[in-house]
Write a protein that binds this ligand. Structure first.
Ligand SMILES: [Zn+2]
Length: 129
């Protein structure tokens, strides 16, 4: 279920970026998925295929890279691997004062587009950002 919402978000980021680049088609997408997000690659792919139909991102290759989970203990200063199911305390000193420093995010790292269409540049569209 979570994957549907996240995939909608991914697709809108991708389509916005493709539009900004005046791309006709999106060829590939590099996606970072943190180990602690709980998102399942196959579900993201499934929803992506479904949602991208009829958009410039249809048929794009989805490359998913897993980011390992990492935690930092604010009591003893240890940095440790955090894998789900997440333990709410430090594995070294049992302190509950831990902070997740990696693996909790999911985002589009980059996209590859087909922009062979000639840029007219006459539409007066300011570049994004
Ligand atoms: Zn600790």
């Amino acid at each position: 279920m979570h994957e549907l919402a996240i995939t909608q978000g991914i697709l809108s980021v991708v389509l916005e970026a493709a539009e900004a680049a005046r791309a006709r088609r999106v060829l590939a997408i590099d996606l970072i998925v943190g180990a602690l997000t709980g998102y399942v690659d196959d579900s993201i792919r499934f929803y992506f295929d479904l949602l991208s139909q009829g958009t410039p991102a249809e048929g794009a290759i989805l490359r998913i890279r897993r980011e390992p989970g990492q935690g930092h203990c604010q009591t003893c200063g240890a940095t440790f691997q955090a894998e789900p199911p997440l333990c709410p305390t430090c594995p070294f000193c049992d302190s509950p004062q831990i902070q997740i420093t990696g693996g909790a995010r999911c985002f589009v790292e980059r996209i590859e587009v087909d922009d062979e269409d000639e840029h007219t540049g006459s539409e007066g569209d300011p570049p994004g950002e």
